[in-house]
Design a protein around this ligand. Sequence first.
Ligand SMILES: [Zn+2]
Length: 134
Amino acid sequence: MAQKQHLEYRGERGMRGPYPFDQDAIDEIAEDEYGVYLLTHEADDDDSVIVVYVGRGIIQDRLADHLDDEKKDALHFFYKPLNDEDDGFREECRLFHQYGKRRHLYNKIHPSVPKGSPRNHPRCSERGCKGEPD
Ligand SMILES: [Zn+2]
């Protein structure tokens, strides 16, 4: 896997973690808990926490999916429960931008607008971003 220059975790209000990125820890999360999450690793040169992936959805399901894919080299995860899909979208956009978008994250695409949103729903919560690839 091509090495990316991941950015350091800054601490996020309401974010729970770190938890070890394994099935036991994932099983501890409430089954239908919705929100955003971060997959993290440690920097090579020191032990600082670096963010490798940003996501949202039913947290337990999404994390279990990641255990099976290429993000499994993550060491820890963090998550933040949220009440609805618009909050989740806004928060995922913010984190996606904060941690360097596709340039610094393994995320391949910009966070998507929640399904069923009106046509004029903003494509991103961040000023100046229209949800475009970069
Ligand atoms: Zn954006």
